[in-house]
Design a binder for this molecule. Structure first.
Ligand SMILES: *Cc1c(COP(=O)(O)O)cnc(C)c1O
Length: 373
């Protein structure tokens, strides 16, 4: 079969999809550049590693991996229901919260439907929308923040889904409780609003919206996404969940694979939820790390976007791809923001103090020598 025949086989709208480009793995950089100890601050992973409790539980569970996992995630569901005082049937558990995004698209989008989100937000939203043959509309940000009024203006009769990452990746900004309440009072009831709260554990702002209230109050068309990838340090296991009304969950359950969440992930997640000390230490490291970066950026005269997440967006005042390449040669991986339309910005994940010092040291050299100009 030739290229042209192959092209004809694929759905038209898949042709234009640009595959998601993840942060470069440490192993690749070490191999390609012949470096030994590379620091990765590119994918918002937990600098403390995984919780010890989770590790211990998974080690014990290893001997049972010849059994299929529990397709219903019974233990984790029970644990989460208790944690949030919701019904066990108000959770959908996924192979990462990214799978829930996919289930929403698969469950609700027909060809020609419309999905609305914001510019400079999570690239998985447009990716999955386009694969379903739906139209993705991204509303420009205002001061690096979601413009909820702008989103309201874009709603029409084809609109099925709205994605709001709060706090947002890659900007680290958030929409306030008052803004969200106003927005929710105006959104028509026949569409789904998905709040992606992957970074909620790092939020310190007091006016951050408490949306669980709406789920508890029975609002049918809201779903909140959470993940074990960031604050719980389990990104490599792939596990996350959505919380919503029973009706909404019921549809997502129909769209998922029977054994979508692997056995170790379920065990690890349950144990991680019990590791309060680990979560507390993580929040502490992130909070201190943010302040450290703010101080250093200010000293270097670089402007940055104040963040409620475990990363900071900083203006390096030159092509961010060249700066990230120069940093990589010095053993530090960060993320250029060109793909998000922010050509002069890089996104730095908060690491340990040692990792952040290494990053700042390398950044100073790169900027001083004019590498990446
Ligand atoms: C990291 C991240 C997630 C987490 O995805 P998982 O599939 O749970 O690892 C979700 N949403 C956003 C915006 C993120 O940045």
């Amino acid at each position: 079969m030739g290229i042209t025949e192959m092209k004809k086989l694929f759905k038209d709208y898949i042709q234009d999809v640009i595959p998601y480009e993840p942060g470069k793995p440490i192993e690749d950089v070490e191999r390609e550049l012949g470096l030994l100890h590379v620091t990765k601050l590119a994918s918002n992973e937990n600098p403390l590693g995984p919780s010890r409790k989770a590790l211990r539980a998974m080690r014990l569970a290893l001997r049972k991996v010849h059994f299929y996992p529990d397709g219903k995630c019974f233990e984790l569901r029970k644990r989460l229901a208790h944690e949030f005082s919701l019904g066990e049937d108000q959770f959908v558990i996924g192979n990462g919260s990214n799978e829930i995004i996919e289930l929403l698209a698969r469950g609700f989008l027909n060809e020609g439907d419309k999905v609305i989100s914001s510019d400079s937000s999570f690239l998985v939203y447009p990716l999955i929308t386009k694969v379903c043959g739906a139209t993705y509309v991204s509303v420009p940000m205002k001061d690096f923040r979601y413009d909820l009024r702008g989103i309201l203006d874009q709603i029409d009769e084809r609109t099925k889904l709205i994605f709001i990452a709060n706090p947002n990746n890659p900007t680290g900004t958030y929409v306030r409780a008052t803004e969200v309440e106003d927005f929710l009072s105006k959104v028509p009831k026949d569409m789904i609003v998905c709040f992606d709260e992957a970074y909620i554990d790092f939020v310190e702002a007091s006016d951050f919206p408490y949306l669980l209230f709406h789920v508890k109050a029975g609002k049918p068309n809201i779903i909140l996404l959470r993940t074990f990838s960031k604050s719980y340090g389990l990104a490599g296991l792939r596990i996350g969940y959505g919380m919503a009304s029973r009706e909404l969950i019921q549809y997502l359950e129909k769209a998922r694979q029977p054994f979508n969440v692997n056995r170790l992930a379920q065990i690890g997640a349950c144990a991680a939820l019990d590791d309060r000390l680990f979560l507390w230490r993580t929040k502490h490291v992130i909070s201190r790390g943010r302040q450290y970066l703010y101080r250093k950026f200010t000293k270097l005269g670089l402007s940055f976007v104040p963040s409620e997440a475990n990363f900071v967006l900083v203006d390096v005042r030159r092509d961010s791809r060249l700066v990230t390449d120069a940093l990589m040669k010095r053993g530090v991986i960060v993320r250029p923001m060109n793909a998000y339309g922010l050509d002069r910005y890089i996104r730095v994940t908060i690491g340990t103090r040692f990792e952040l010092m290494r990053f700042i040291h390398a950044l100073k050299k790169v900027l001083r020598k004019g590498e990446g100009k």
